[in-house]
Write a protein that binds this ligand. Sequence first.
Ligand SMILES: Nc1ncnc2c1ncn2[C@@H]1O[C@H](COP(=O)(O)OP(=O)(O)OP(=O)(O)O)[C@@H](O)[C@H]1O
Ligand SMILES: [Mg+2]
Length: 412
Amino acid sequence: MPVPKDNIVVALDIGTTKICTLLAEVDRNQQVNVVGVGTAPSAGMRKGVVVDIDEAAQAIVQSVEKCERLSGYSIQSAYVGVTGSHITGANRRGVVAVSPNASEITVPDVERAMEAARVQAIANDREIIHVLARGYTLDGQDGVRDPIGMVGRRLEAEMHIVTGGSTSIRNLVRCVNRAGLQIDDLILQPLASSEAVLSPGEKDIGVAIADIGGGTTDVAVFTDGAVCYTSAIGVAGNHVTTDLSLGLRAPFSVAEQVKIEHGSACTSQVGPDEVLEVQTYDQDEGELISRRLVVDIIESRMQEILRLIRAELGRSGLDGRLPAGVVLVGGAAELRDIRLLGRDVLELPVRVGVPRGAIGLTDTIMRPAYATTIGLLRWAAYHTEEASAPILTFPQWKGLSRLRGMFREFLA
Ligand SMILES: Nc1ncnc2c1ncn2[C@@H]1O[C@H](COP(=O)(O)OP(=O)(O)OP(=O)(O)O)[C@@H](O)[C@H]1O
Ligand SMILES: [Mg+2]
């Protein structure tokens, strides 16, 4: 099989319920053309974190091999999503003086300011995943988006710094390596998802994305075109299924099927007489169960998840300033009537985010559950070193040098 060329990018989304590998050709205009898709059920993962390296590595291999067979390429490395409650995001400010002899602010000045912000976030047991520029203040003038070429003496960089627990990150890296792949980069999952479903206009005006997967619900909040808050909650779609399984006294797999085929997020949308036949533990041949009961169980848990999202928006300090509202993605966002319940609980505009910005073999993946994987591809297409990334995102590569060193260490 041929080895991928420079213009080929691979995304690997290691979720709690599914693993998805996508391979795409990227043209000069950063258009993403998917030529390989491989999905496999996940294993060895809990709440977005690796708990069994061998099991998870085997599941990754399955997904990668499917993608290789379809695309005809041998996959060597991938852009990998990261999540879990070990992730934290914090805003930091780095201040530097610009030489009075300098005629204008240059890239090294900006990098020094970012480095000054970055060092504040370094702790022994944490790894830096992203150092993202939110904006700059130049001699007291805030709201500067790109200071390069401007004149000033005191440069302040406002950064959003995402860190993860060293143990969880190292185990993720080790697991991907064990599956035979190198890591091009680690990307926070909701940031990846945002690349696939949010528009620049929404990010400017104020918007949040909530990725409700199987094991985690990831939140990211954007304003003024940049991310300002990130967090991960350890409750998601699998909890809904577990509740149903307990409530109906049925196996998890039966509860999952009932949820997907007959579920809804709103009891108000269900007639009082609707009944379903469910294979419960009590009766092998199928028991008649009220659909209202099913939806009532689903609604309670989804309400809790949405309230937790609302609490995160409150912590971001931007809950009153999100005119574009909340965009829901992840498999659990495919639940019927989720938008209705979302509007009710969040009291904001809510839409379900369907990924866009990819062509090719996309018929099975242009769904909310694949927002992260398509977003990883778009992130990769946009942020490859050959690509001309704008100055606002370019210096974040500096922040990854420590992590990149770590990948090399593991690969050695
Ligand atoms: N049509 C549907 N209705 C309701 N729930 C659904 C539907 N389709 C998928 N789900 C749920 O979505 C969840 C899986 O979502 P997703 O594929 O985004 O998770 P993941 O990426 O594997 O996990 P995570 O991101 O949490 O690590 C499961 O709980 C599944 O039951
Ligand atoms: Mg996911």
